[in-house]
Design a protein around this ligand. Structure first.
Ligand code: F3S
Length: 771
């Protein structure tokens, strides 16, 4: 019967290998004596390379959070900024093609300013060299190339590749968006992507599973975004670390597939490994609407006849949180952190108390998080209500469609016209303002005056959108953003308050009404944005990288470990939050993603020096002040390896692997912190760095810049292949000569020790493929 599951869909839009996965799951059930499994475990463990080798205990609770799993992902997706480094690394392996289907998406490098036509033309001109490089890699290695203007990676993945039960990797932290369609989709750095692209088993520590029980029903103003903005407030940016978040409960039935994707997308903001939903009729409807009726049938079969696509009765979660959708209120999260969550009814008073701006200066909807047909029809409904009353937006309003398919469908159904007739600027199908590519005209980048914007995006670190550190980005639903553009006043609660019309009467919004999926189906739009379905590799294609380019640079392998204990100087002690945006800033630096040396001059420029309170300042032994990357470069040239010391959740926020590559390139050897964000810690190991955490957090206070840190026991740790984590002694020597020992912890697996020894994961993969 399982064999019947294997029929393939047309082109690259293949179904997950259900028959193989279900057969693997049967092995897992035998090992675990039919212990009830969560959905996350079913999908993950059915992708194990070898269940017998990986599952050392019949009790899966014994391995959660502890044991490394070796997995075979089904596919890889890469966005243009991170794809450059992923492909530069893939090239060094010398393989002729990728082992699994892969796609490249040109979305991050597109500016948002004047609207699609002008912005696309100028962005293509500015980034031609990079797009040509990506296209040539795609042609050479048989990767699907989605060019500029085709859409945002996560929206295209949802429309084309995600599927219930699929497991995929993406070189972007919001890859979990695909979990909205029942996949396990994990955000990784380029080096992890290269594992999957080369057919090397991909390692992940068995996650714990956090169950979110949704009760009640979505209603009126509440949108799926509010589920995750509320949850971020409950869990904080660290609360999901080490977990896969799995939703269940009758409330799920009131969500659309794209709404589930919004919720999974922002699971990245609570630090979760990924998020997923059980198979629903909403999934079948979305698959049918996006031309995958055959896949819907296969998924139906896998769910009904093989109990594959939802949790077993009695499955145990490590933790359960309940959210009643019937009582859920729209939330507004920010500024500067996605977990500062405020119900809309309390937002106005809070702005007064916190002294946040009273004028909202711009509203932006769309992005990978919120540009579904349902989101846009609900937003357009509010625009029509306001327009019928004669209201015009009081602040600039931008709309970013997530893909050509959604844009073309919105255009056919009159929604683009509705937005544009009411003053909105419709930007290209790309990331634009969500990733610092917002060439903002109304507020100067260097303005010291604080300003507030409302967005339906997912992330709101300082300077994220317009490069201005004083712009406060409040994350909320597209509905709240849209209503807010007609008031622009922080005290306005769209659910309750009215706006005075010119004739003196009061206008109050009615709750927005939208449509889950277009009645006339999706329109694919302009065919020039679509790549061939089944690209084949072509060894004759030459991938050119000019030696004089300032955008692209071929990689030199990092040196292998010399077999000795590490002895380093503390170059910087970081205070407080240190996200990947602090470690490897985006915005203008995105330009140098393919040029390791050039981009490394952004390393830690957003970090605050604990000892002086200054941002991007570090001090040499003689007291001379330097920018942080400049001092790193100086010490690299002086052959003085260094350590950075920091606090909690270091590397929070994204899969940005330059945050690991650049420190290694600049001569860093150890990052010693109170705790790490998971992806970043893995990325450091992949680049041959030694990530350590304080066994005793208060030891952070004992260390100063200029101290010498020397490991003791590293050789033994390497000799016993890391042992899946343990302690490592470090001797701290002060400039005065005073010296003491501290205990640190590492989480190195056997393979990660091999990366460390080889100098990087890529070196190691190269060694294996040459052997
Ligand atoms: Fe792009 Fe922003 Fe999403 S950068 S991928 S739209 S989070």
């Amino acid at each position: 019967q399982a064999q019947k599951l294997t029929s393939e869909l047309s082109g690259s839009r293949v179904a997950p290998p259900y028959a193989k996965l279900i057969a693997n799951l049967d092995k897992v059930r035998a090992i675990t004596n039919n212990t009830p499994l969560t959905l996350a475990e079913k999908i993950l463990y059915s992708h194990l390379c070898d269940p017998e080798e990986s599952l050392t205990s019949s009790n899966l609770h014994d391995i959660r959070g502890l044991q490394y799993l070796k997995l075979n992902p089904d596919r890889v997706a890469m966005q243009d900024a991170s794809a450059q480094m992923a492909l530069l690394q893939f090239m060094t392996t010398g393989l002729p093609e990728t082992s699994v289907p892969a796609s490249i998406h040109c979305d991050h490098l597109i500016v948002g300013k004047d609207g699609e036509t002008k912005d696309l033309a100028s962005s293509i001109a500015t980034n031609k060299e990079v797009f040509d490089f990506l296209q040539s890699c795609a042609d050479k290695y048989g990767i699907q190339f989605w060019g500029p203007g085709s859409g945002i990676i996560h929206q295209i993945v949802l429309e084309n590749f995600s599927a219930p039960g699929l497991m995929m990797l993406g070189t972007d932290s919001h890859t979990p968006n695909a979990g909205g369609l029942g996949a396990i989709a994990i955000g990784v750095g380029g080096a992890d992507a290269v594992d999957a692209l080369t057919g090397t088993p991909w390692e992940l520590k068995a996650p714990k599973v956090l169950g979110i029980k949704l009760t009640g029903r979505m209603h009126d103003w509440t949108s799926p975004k509010d589920v995750i903005t509320k949850l971020a407030g409950v869990l904080t940016v660290r609360g999901g670390t080490g977990y896969i978040v799995e939703y269940f409960g009758e409330g799920v039935e009131s969500l659309s597939c794209t709404g589930m994707a919004t919720i999974c997308n922002m699971g990245a903001e609570i630090g979760a490994t990924t998020s997923t939903f059980p198979y629903q009729q909403a999934h079948a409807r979305y698959l049918q609407a996006t031309g995958r009726a055959e896949l819907a049938k296969l998924a139906d079969n896998a769910a009904r006849n093989h109990n594959f696509l939802s949790a077993d009765q009695g499955a145990q979660y490590d933790k359960v949180i309940e959210i009643n959708l019937s009582e859920l209120e729209p939330h507004v999260n920010g500024p500067f952190t996605p977990d500062l969550s405020t119900p809309i009814s309390e937002y106005g008073p809070k702005t007064l108390k916190e002294n946040w701006p009273q004028k909202i200066s711009a509203g932006l909807i769309g992005s990978c998080t919120n540009s579904s047909y349902q989101d846009m029809t609900r937003a357009a409904d509010l625009v029509r209500q306001a327009s019928s009353a004669g209201l015009k937006p009081r602040i600039p309003f931008f709309v970013t469609p997530g893909s050509e398919q959604i844009r073309a469908t919105l255009e056919r159904d009159g929604l683009i016209k509705t937005f544009e007739d009411n003053g909105a600027i419709v930007l290209a199908n790309a990331c634009g303002p969500c990733i610092g590519q917002w060439d903002r005209q109304d507020v100067n980048k260097t303005s010291s005056e604080e300003n507030s914007i409302f967005t339906s995006f997912n992330r709101n670190f300082k300077a994220r959108n317009d490069g201005n550190r004083n712009t406060m980005n409040f994350l909320t639903s597209p509905e709240m953003v849209t209503a807010m553009i007609y008031s622009g006043d922080a005290q306005f609660n769209p659910m309750l308050d009215s706006i005075k019309l010119e004739d003196g009467t009061d206008f109050t919004f009615k709750p927005p009404k939208g449509v889950e999926l277009p009645q006339r189906g999706f329109l694919s739009g302009r065919q020039e944005f679509y790549p061939p379905q089944n690209p084949s590799p072509d060894a004759t294609v030459e991938v050119r990288v000019s030696p004089t380019s300032d955008r692209l640079q071929l990689l030199e392998p990092f040196k292998p470990w010399n077999g000795q204990e590490l002895k380093t100087n503390v170059l910087l002690k970081v205070e407080g939050k240190c996200t990947t945006d602090h470690i490897s800033a985006a915005g203008v630096w995105l330009k140098y993603k393919g040029h390791l040396e050039n981009i490394s001059y952004n390393t830690l420029i957003g970090a605050q020096n604990k000892e002086t309170g200054e941002v991007n300042k570090a001090y040499d032994f003689d007291g001379a002040a330097y920018g942080i990357p400049e001092l790193m470069m100086k010490w690299k040239q002086e052959k003085r390896p260094w350590t950075v010391v920091a606090e909690h959740n270091y590397g929070e926020g994204s899969a940005r692997e330059h945050a690991a590559l650049s420190p290694k390139f600049l001569g860093g050897e150890i990052i010693l912190v109170k705790s790490f964000a998971r992806i970043h810690e893995t990325n450091l190991k992949k680049q041959g760095m030694l990530p350590l955490t304080f066994a005793n957090e208060s030891d952070y206070d004992l260390i100063s810049s200029g101290d010498v840190l020397e490991t003791s026991g590293l050789k033994e740790l390497v000799a016993k292949d890391g042992d899946n984590g343990g302690e490592l002694d470090v001797t701290v020597t002060k400039p005065s000569g005073e010296s003491f020992n501290i205990k640190t912890k590492h989480t190195m697996s056997k393979d990660q020790v091999a990366f460390f020894k080889a100098g990087s994961a890529i070196n190691y993969i190269g060694e294996i493929s040459r052997a």
